[in-house]
Design a protein around this ligand. Structure first.
Ligand code: SF4
Ligand code: FES
Length: 248
């Protein structure tokens, strides 16, 4: 395939940035999207042009680093896949592909397609954990029966990889899908009960403090989420948040 890439180039956080055009030829439909960018970067290096900066790590849909806005969609046109799992067979010979960073005030651009998502880390640090008693008197987890549906729902929530596509897809730049997944993965299990109230209050407050918007039930986040995190998690988090504030 021969393609035209329109890629966002921005030298630094303070640079204005612009879309630059790069033709690329002989792209195999079996390449992943990131492999295609690797090939482009090799060509740019040969021409002594600064390669395009983009985030990636695992390249198998686990780490959540490869966050690109492709033709106006977070992680591109495929469903339930990350950018690293997106294959060039989803595009056609002659296509023009627009590649931009995730755009949200709480995800400032670092360089080109790389954004700073440390706001997510700070929300996690505000409560996205359980404090485990390792005194020697800890109850064996297998001795606590957990309804299968609860275990499955908690596991589904725990598959959130923190990529930020939900924020990038939301007209309000809301992080509610991410935060609600992190709250739900604990709130459905006995281990999460001890710190449940502080967790939801602290994480939601931190989310607001970091400048993310609110949820207006549009549902774009659920559609674009590569892990299929359900909007039900947001309802659960809202219930938890109200209850925690009432019973404080
Ligand atoms: S909820 Fe989905 S889109 Fe949002 S951070 Fe988690 S995996 Fe990414
Ligand atoms: S590089 Fe890890 S999810 Fe894509």
């Amino acid at each position: 395939m021969n393609l035209t890439l329109k890629i966002w180039r921005q030298k630094s956080n303070t640079d204005k940035g612009s879309l630059e055009t790069y033709p690329i030829s002989d792209v195999s439909e079996d390449m992943s999207f990131l492999e295609m960018l690797d090939v482009l970067n090799e060509e740019l290096i040969e021409k002594e042009i600064e390669p395009v900066a983009f985030d990636h790590d695992c390249r198998e849909g686990i780490c959540g680093m490869c966050s690109l806005y492709i033709n106006g969609e977070a992680h591109g046109p495929d469903r339930r896949v990350t950018t690293c799992q997106l294959h060039m067979r989803k595009f056609n010979d002659g296509d023009t592909i627009f590649i931009e960073p995730f755009r949200a005030n709480s995800f400032p651009v670092v360089k080109d397609l790389v954004v700073d998502r440390s706001s997510f880390d700070r929300i996690q640090q505000a409560g996205g954990y359980v404090s485990v008693n390792t005194s020697g008197n800890t109850q064996d987890a297998n001795s606590i029966p957990i309804p299968k549906d609860d275990a499955d729902t908690a596991f589904d929530a725990a598959t959130c990889i923190g990529c930020g596509a939900c924020v990038a897809s939301c007209k309000n730049s809301s992080a509610m899908l991410f935060v609600s997944a992190k709250v739900s993965q604990f709130s459905l299990l006995p281990q999460g009960q001890v710190e449940a109230k502080e967790r939801v209050i602290n994480m939601v407050n931190k989310m607001d403090e970091e400048g993310f918007g609110n949820c207006t039930n549009t549902g774009a986040c659920e559609v674009e989420c590569p892990k299929g995190i359900s909007l039900d998690n947001i309802s659960r988090m809202n219930r938890e948040f109200i209850t925690a504030n009432v019973k404080k």
